[in-house]
Each structure stands twice: as C-alpha cells, then as structure tokens.
Design a binder for this molecule. Structure first.
Ligand code: NAG
Ligand code: NAG
Ligand code: NAG
Ligand code: NAG
Ligand code: NAG
Ligand code: NAG
Ligand code: NAG
Ligand code: NAG
Ligand code: NAG
Ligand code: NAG
Ligand code: NAG
Ligand code: NAG
Length: 823
C-alpha cells in the first residue's frame, strides 16, 4: 500500500495521467525468470540502467549474471553485473562474504578463498526473494543477506543467527575479496582497511567479458550496525589483524591469488550493513558516491526509493489484466523490466575521455539490442535512448567508431554488420532529438560504410574494398587493409546491406539525395549472394522442397557451398560463433538468414516464388524448428508473414512461441536473455506491435490483453490498443478489421506517431483469418515492388520514396538482374 501511494505521487508529480487500473504492476515482475538453464539473467537489485547491481554470486558454470538457481552455492555478494550475456562471466567485482564467527574465535579458521567459501554458500531456494530494486537470500549458515542499490552504491544487510553453526556466539566477520566472476584480476590489485572505521578501499585491473583490453575498478566499503572488534588483510587462505594494506600480484600460475580485507565485529545481535560503492575513476569518487547516495545506511528507505523508481519507469505501460492468466501478465511485465536493466548509465564515470555528453556502457551487444530492445525503450523511455545515442556518438568521436559491442569501458567483438547504424537510423526516423548531434551521427554511420578500420574485429566493417567493387563479402576475402575474422561472409553481406539501407533512410530524411541514392543501391547487395538453383536436403537425404538460398561466393565470382541447414537448431556439430574456422553465417543458418532482408521483403518474396511460396518457406522454418527462438535472428521471422499479406499467421506464430517457449520459471527462457533482448521480444510480441527495427514500422498483431495503454513520457499522450471480442483463451486471435482514431485502418502496420501522438487502435477479433491487412496497399513499405499478390492494384512502400529513389530502385533492379560488370 505504501509503495503504491508513493508511486502515485511520483507519477502525478511527473505530470502523467495514471491509468485507472491501479494494480501495483511490480507484483507482476519476477526477476528470477531466466536465472537458470542458460538465461544468464541478472536477478539482483538494480535501478533502471543502474551501475550498481547487487546479487549473490554462485560458482555455477553459467553464472554470467552472477546468481543462478541451478543448485550451485554462493561464493560472495558482489555489486557489478551484466545481464543475460554469453561470453565469459562479466564483472562481479569485489565480493563480500559473511561468517557468523570464525571457529574458536580464530580468524584463520574462517575460509577466505572463493573456492573454499563455496562450502559455506549453500542455500535453500525457498529463501530467495527478488523484486525490482531488492534481492535477498538465506545461506544454510543461517545468515540472511538482503541487498538494495542506488545508482553507484549497493547496500547489503546481513542478519546473523544468534550463534554460528559450530555453536560459537556471533562475532561476525565480513570479508571483501579483490576478485571478479571470471577470475580475471591482473597484477597489483590494492586493498586497505582503516583500523578505526573499518572502511575498506582498493582497486584492481580486470578483463572485460567479450572485448579487448582491460579496465580498472575502484571501491569503497563502510559498515554500520555493530562495533568493530578488529580487522586486517588476507592473502590466499591466511589472514592477519596486524596488516592493513596490501598490493597483490595476479600470481605466477594464472589463477589470481585470493586476497582482500576483512572486518570483524563484536556482536551479531543486530543486522550489520555493508555499503559498497564502485567507480571507474578513483577510490575517492567511490567513497563520494557512497556517502552522498546512502548517507544513513537506511535499508528500508533505499529499497523503497528503488522500488519507486521502478514503479515510475514501468508505470507508463498498462494492460487490462481482466481474465488473463496471471503468468502471462508476469511474462509481459518481467520482460519489460529486463529491458530496462542494460545498457548501464556510467555518466560521470568514464575515465577514457572528458566530455559533457552522457556515457552509457554495457551495450552487450548491439547485434542483440538493435532488434527490439532499443526500439522498445524508444517507446517507453525516449529520454534514455536519446542519452544512449548521444553516448554512442560521443564514443565514435573519441574512439573513432561506433561500437558494435561495448562493456566495461572496452571495445567488444563485432558479430555481424555495423548495427549501430540501425540504432541511429531507428532513433532518427522516430524523431529523437534531445541534444543529439545528428551531423556527427550521420558522419559516424557513413564512416562505417566507407572507412575500413585496421581492426574490424571490434568496430566498423571488414572487406570494404570487396564490398565496394564486387558488391558482396567474398568467402576467403583478400583483405590487406584491415583485419578481423574472415568468416560470416553471408551474414555480413546481408547485414551490411541492411546497414546501408539505414544510412540511405537517414540520408533521405536529411535531404542528402546523392547519398540516399548511393546507399539505396548498395542496400541491394544482398542479392549478389542469392543462388537461385541452390537446394536444401536434410542430413538423411530428404529434400526440404525449397530451392534458392544464399550461398558463399569467392572473389572470382564462383560459388562456394554451405549446407543451408548448418548452424540451424538441427545442427549439433558446427561451431557457429566467432571461431577462426567458423562458417559463413553467424549463430544462425542460411535458412534463417534467408529472411534477413528487412528493407526489401517484396523483392525477396518474388525471388522465393511469390507470397504463397514465401509463406510455405516461413512455415517450414518454424514448423521444422530450423529457427531457434532463443537467439535474436529469429525475432523478425515470427512476424514476416505480414509482408506476404498474411498478418493472421504472424499472430498465430506469436502464440505458438509464447508462452510455450517463454515461461515464467527460472528456466523459462529459451536462451541467453542478452541484456534484455529476449525480454523485449516478449514485451513487444504481447503488446501486439513488433518493430522492423531501423524503419518507421510496427507490425500489428492483437495484444495478448483486452487493452494496452502506453503513455509517451515526452508528450504525456496515451496510445491505446483495444481488442474487441477479446478472448483470453486465444481462439480469437485474428484481426477482422481495425480502426485508427476511429478511421478504418486496413494497413497491417502503423508508424511511431501512434505513440507520440497517442492514437487509438481498435482491433476487432475473430477466430478465423480475414482479409484484413492482406492487400498490397495494406503491406508495410518495401524497397522493391510487391508482385504476384491477389490484388495488386496499388503498391506500397519505399517505391514511393521519390523520383531519385525511384530511378535508383530501377537501376538496382536492372543491375540485380544482370552482371556485376555493369557496376
Ligand atoms: C562449487 O562449489 C561446490 C562446493 O564447494 C563444489 O562442490 C562444486 O564443485 C563447485 N562448482 C564449480 C563449478 O566449481
Ligand atoms: C549459543 O552459544 C552459547 C555459548 O556457546 C550457548 O550458551 C547458547 O546456548 C547458544 N545458543 C543457541 C541458541 O544455540
Ligand atoms: C606490480 O608491482 C610490482 C612491484 O612494485 C612491479 O614490479 C610490477 O611492475 C607491477 N606490475 C604492474 C603490471 O604494474
Ligand atoms: C594504508 O593505506 C592507506 C589508504 O591507502 C594509507 O593512508 C596508509 O598510509 C597506508 N598504510 C601503510 C602502512 O602503508
Ligand atoms: C487506458 O486508458 C483509458 C482512457 O484513459 C482508460 O479508460 C482505461 O481504463 C485504461 N486502461 C488500462 C488498462 O489502464
Ligand atoms: C544517467 O546519469 C546521469 C548522471 O547521473 C543523469 O543525469 C541521467 O539522468 C541518467 N540517465 C538516465 C536515463 O537515467
Ligand atoms: C529426414 O529428416 C527430416 C527432418 O528431421 C524428417 O522430416 C524426415 O521425415 C526424415 N526422412 C526420413 C526418410 O527419415
Ligand atoms: C574461383 O576461386 C575458387 C577458390 O579459390 C576456386 O576453387 C575456383 O576454381 C575459381 N573459379 C574459377 C572459375 O577460376
Ligand atoms: C555442415 O555441418 C557439418 C557438421 O554438422 C559439417 O561436417 C559440414 O562440414 C558442414 N558443411 C558445410 C557445407 O558447411
Ligand atoms: C519442434 O519443437 C517442438 C517443441 O520443442 C516439438 O514439440 C516439435 O515436435 C518439434 N518439431 C519438429 C519437426 O522437430
Ligand atoms: C468489423 O467487424 C465486425 C465483425 O465482423 C463487424 O461487426 C463490424 O461492423 C466491422 N467494423 C467495421 C468498421 O468494418
Ligand atoms: C515524385 C516525388 O515523390 N518526389 C519527392 C521526392 O522527395 C522529396 C523530398 O522528400 C519530395 O519533396 C518530393 O515530392
């Protein structure tokens, strides 16, 4: 009740209109979804985009997000994390660990190294509590650990049993370890403990999870709640109260030598609070954060404030809960919650350059985030996305390139194209302003297209000479100018083509006609890897029945070969990531990449034999489980039926995947959450509008709820979607007709003005597919012309760009038909 009242005040004071449904929506957020089975979700305490992320860390081999619910014991409580990522575990620095007492009162009989601490980290799953802004767990030792956070500071409250399990009266010891989750600490970590106050400070250099380079992190920890008995330093398994400072080597055998400090207390009768702030700039800054953000060690106040921030952040989306299974509401709001965890706001914490621009980190990775996560935030939190875009552009200014992946202040590895181009285009065409320097933004995306970095492992694009002369990335490219992993030639070609389309859109919107024409032209390069006579057979020799697939191509124009089913869900043998011997598609098959032409579905559909044959192929992709819904390239394929004039099939497919493949249990996610990418897929899908990212297009399917209200935080206007004939058993999932602000709306898509202008979309549902949204005029924009549809009276799309685009589209078409020489 208290929470709800204060949240109401926050919303009202921000000038927003409260939805009438006054349910506390945070009751529907379960942060533990995805905390086992490879979801790798961070389920701990964080503010939206918060830098401090406190949780109990386990020693699970899947502890990328810190905590897991897979039976692995706790090794510590740390305050920096990423969420849902693959790669090696990220962050997890400076773990604390509590003991009720050391046997016989002898500090040397407490276990200091992480590996031995694990023996004291068992816990009962029923003791775990997690909600936005707080996390708590009881160890089998009887110690209860609750945690909450502010922006840079974590507050832990340790409540001790009267006696230790050995029977000694409580004389709690809390240690702090110069470690991180992946044991990456480098040489010369330092730690000091202040004899009088017990303040522990220090720093160490660590390695980022999926990036080059390293980073230094500083910390400052204070305690409250009990009188200090003594304190000191530990190295490996031994400790002393007479040593207060230490500089520790990584050790000569690879595994960093355990080391840190500890404080012992006279009594455990009252809870002991540990307050740790971190900083990328200095110990002093860390201490300043701690003192200013949590001066009073008031756990209840801080956790209430965290809850209120979440309530305010998420309060803008309200669904009618009537009749709908609670687990679906939980799925929806938990997805929205996870979408707001990363990227992290490190503004004021960037030691790499000085600038007045915001600095966001943990874009881990944009290949995942561009598809639905950042587009979702563009709806719910455009102010934050504006700051993220400014940060990306500022990173370009100071590092030279837009990042594709960035974590812990370092350049992460690029997975495919320069997909920050899509992020910038998406924001630009949806009208984000707020101090974004779009001149620099445009220069940044053009640089991606024109200048090859020496190290395209981690920025920009590789193979640009081939791209410009041949119009594709060749398998076994000859590239002597820039260097990166020479694989993924198909997926890179497809992604570069779409990246160029996104640049063309920005060029169009800013009146750069020559560029628009140029990048529209190269956005057709995907066509150069289409091998029209390519067949596809299963391992057992059965023909899939489809002909025409993308295939690798050599420098000399000769085709190479990759089995179109390799790297699909059915391929248990290939390794399809960034390995040097990796395939020509990244983490996905030729089958699935075969749909990745987001800007020219019309031409793709024609190549695949028209809309019916396209639908057959899309059905086969899903029905045969060739696609893997646990990885991001699958997202758009769920909705691409819209382009074939079959929006009903997108709705059907949405219900096929949710909730079957996305449950609300800890093991409920089909793959890594990827910083909230999966969460945003769930949220968008259930909301009934899915973006084609980089375009001003949302594909319409019926929401999973009777109604959805989405408040635009900038304009305060409320966009509404209402289902007439809503049926919570989901038999009526087919749109019969629709109105937009009372006017008949037969297009199967809408644009972003729906949100900014607060329009109302009313969908009338039925249990059978109708002809709503099926005509060519109803289809979303596409560069090429829709052909072979039942009613082709008018054509939609980017064909109507204007005469320049029209003539370039004509040129593309003639060029696509013919030889590469004509370039
Ligand atoms: C985690 O710790 C437990 C208890 O010490 C141990 O049995 C287990 O092998 C450890 N797991 C890993 C992956 O290190
Ligand atoms: C705690 O330990 C003290 C001293 O060892 C003992 O007298 C007392 O009974 C113990 N209390 C409990 C609850 O076990
Ligand atoms: C660590 O400190 C030692 C001793 O001062 C010094 O010799 C060494 O160069 C330092 N290592 C690094 C990486 O700074
Ligand atoms: C220990 O470290 C503290 C804080 O860095 C410093 O003030 C103090 O002088 C150091 N003490 C010794 C003995 O080096
Ligand atoms: C959405 O907004 C309308 C109009 O303000 C209101 O009547 C309705 O109750 C709201 N729906 C929800 C689910 O909050
Ligand atoms: C990011 O942090 C800065 C500095 O604390 C703050 O001014 C800004 O509002 C934050 N941005 C968001 C989206 O929370
Ligand atoms: C071959 O494998 C495919 C895909 O698993 C399956 O659909 C088909 O029935 C199999 N054919 C035979 C003859 O076993
Ligand atoms: C083209 O290059 C590939 C790879 O080097 C080679 O196998 C093929 O024979 C070449 N084709 C022609 C026509 O030279
Ligand atoms: C496809 O994958 C299989 C392993 O599953 C591998 O043996 C084969 O070389 C791959 N074939 C192609 C053409 O990529
Ligand atoms: C696809 O996966 C679903 C769910 O795991 C399963 O029920 C179905 O049998 C699979 N279909 C094929 C053709 O493998
Ligand atoms: C929408 O469809 C329903 C059911 O078929 C029908 O009753 C209604 O009149 C239609 N509305 C419009 C605006 O076409
Ligand atoms: C024929 C046509 O549609 N021309 C348009 C080209 O684009 C410019 C700028 O958007 C428009 O002003 C023209 O009308």
């Amino acid at each position: 009740m208290t929470l709800l009242l204060s949240a109401t005040l926050v919303l009202l004071s921000a000038g927003r209109t409260l939805a009438q449904d006054t349910d506390d929506i945070l009751q529907y957020v379960d942060p533990l979804i995805g905390s086992s089975n490879g979801g790798n979700v961070f389920p701990g305490a964080s503010l939206p985009y918060g830098m401090a992320k406190a949780v109990a860390d386990t020693n699970s081999s899947s502890n990328q997000g810190g905590f897991t619910l897979d039976g692995a014991p706790i090794t510590g409580f740390s305050m920096m994390h990423d969420s849902g990522t693959g790669g090696s575990p990220s962050l997890g620095n400076f773990a604390l660990f509590p003991y009720t007492s050391c046997p016989g009162g002898d500090i040397n009989r407490c276990a200091f190294p992480k590996k031995t601490r694990a023996n004291f980290g068992g816990f009962d799953e029923s003791s775990v509590s997690a909600s936005p802004g707080t996390f708590g767990i009881t160890l089998n030792s009887g110690i209860r650990a609750d945690m909450t956070v502010t922006q840079h500071t974590a507050l832990f409250r340790f409540t001790f049993p009267e006696n230790s399990t050995m029977g000694e009266a409580a004389q709690p010891l809390i240690l702090q370890d110069l470690t991180d989750l992946s044991n990456s600490r480098q040489d010369n970590g330092t730690v000091s403990v202040n004899e009088k106050t017990g303040r522990i400070t220090g720093s160490a250099r660590f390695l980022p999870s999926f990036a080059q380079g390293n980073y230094v992190l500083y910390f400052c920890t204070d305690f409250s709640g009990a009188e200090i008995l003594d304190n000191g330093i530990f190295a490996d398994s031994r400790a002393s109260t007479s040593v207060k400072n230490m500089t520790i080597s990584r050790s000569i055998n690879g595994y960093p030598l355990p080391g840190g400090a500890f404080v012992r207390f006279k009594s455990g009768a009252k809870p002991i609070l540990a307050r740790t702030a971190t900083s990328f700039t200095s110990v002093e800054q860390a201490c300043r954060h701690a003192e200013s953000e949590i001066p009073d060690f008031d756990f209840d106040r801080i956790s209430r404030a965290a809850t209120e921030q979440w309530q305010a952040k998420m309060g803008g989306i309200r669904v009618s809960t009537k009749g709908v299974d609670k687990s679906l509401i939980t799925n929806f709001y938990s997805g929205i919650y996870r979408t707001h965890i990363n990227p992290q706001n490190y503004t004021g914490e960037n030691p790499l350059w000085s600038s007045d621009e915001p600095y966001f980190d943990s874009f881990y990775c944009i290949w995942d985030l561009f598809r639905s996560q950042l587009p979702f935030l563009t709806i719910t939190d455009p102010t934050a996305v504006t700051q993220m875009i400014r940060s990306l552009i500022d990173t370009y200014r100071h590092v030279g390139w837009l990042p594709d992946c960035r974590m812990s202040l370092n350049k992460g590895y690029t997975q495919g194209g320069s997909n920050a181009d899509v992020v910038l285009a998406d924001a630009y065409i949806k009208g984000l302003e707020g101090g974004i320097n779009w001149e620099d933004g445009y220069a940044a995306v053009v640089k991606d297209a024109e200048v090859e970095p020496f190290d395209w492992c981690c920025q920009g694009r590789g193979g640009l000479d081939s791209w410009h002369t041949l119009g594709y990335i060749p398998v076994q490219d000859f590239d002597w100018k820039g260097f990166g992993t020479l694989t993924r030639s198909i997926s890179r070609t497809l992604e570069y083509a779409y990246n160029d389309f996104c640049i063309a859109e920005m060029a169009k919107a800013s009146g750069r006609t020559t560029d628009q024409e140029k990048y529209t032209l190269s956005s057709g390069n995907w066509r150069n890897l289409y091998k029209e006579d390519q067949t596809s057979f299963w391992w057992n020799g059965t023909d899939t029945g489809f002909t025409g697939f993308f295939e690798p191509r050599y420098l000399n124009g000769t085709w190479g070969y990759q089995n179109p089913l390799n790297c699909s869900n059915h391929d248990d043998f290939s390794v399809c990531s960034l390995q040097n011997n990796g395939p020509e598609t990244f983490e996905s098959s030729i089958w699935e990449y075969g749909f990745y032409v987001p800007h020219d579905q019309a031409t793709l559909i024609s190549l695949y034999g028209g809309p019916d044959r396209f639908v057959d192929r899309l059905n086969y992709l899903h029905d045969q489980n060739i696609t893997y819904i646990g990885n991001e390239p699958s997202f758009l394929t769920v909705f691409q039926y819209h382009y074939a004039g079959r929006p009903a099939l997108s709705a059907k497919r949405a219900h096929y995947y949710i909730p079957e493949f996305f449950g609300t249990t800890p093991d409920g996610l089909p793959g890594n959450d990827d910083s909230g990418a999966m969460g945003s897929f769930v949220a968008f899908t259930m909301m009934g509008l899915f973006p084609n990212p980089g375009q001003n297009v949302y594909l319409i399917t019926p929401p999973f709820f009777k109604s959805v209200n989405i408040t635009n935080p900038l304009t305060g206007k409320i966009a509404r979607i209402r289902n007439v004939n809503f049926d919570p058993s989901y038999k009526n999932i087919y749109i019969q007709n629709a109105t937009l602000d009372g006017v008949k709306h037969s297009k199967n898509w809408i644009d972003h003005s729906f949100f900014t202008e607060g329009k109302e979309l009313v969908l009338t549902l039925g249990d059978k597919e109708s002809d709503w949204g099926t005509k060519v005029a109803d289809l979303p924009p596409s560069l090429g012309e829709y052909k072979g549809y039942g009613n082709s009276s008018s054509s939609a799309g980017y064909g109507s760009w204007n005469d320049t685009a029209g003539s370039s589209a004509k040129r593309i078409r003639s060029w696509l038909r013919g030889d590469l020489e004509s370039l």
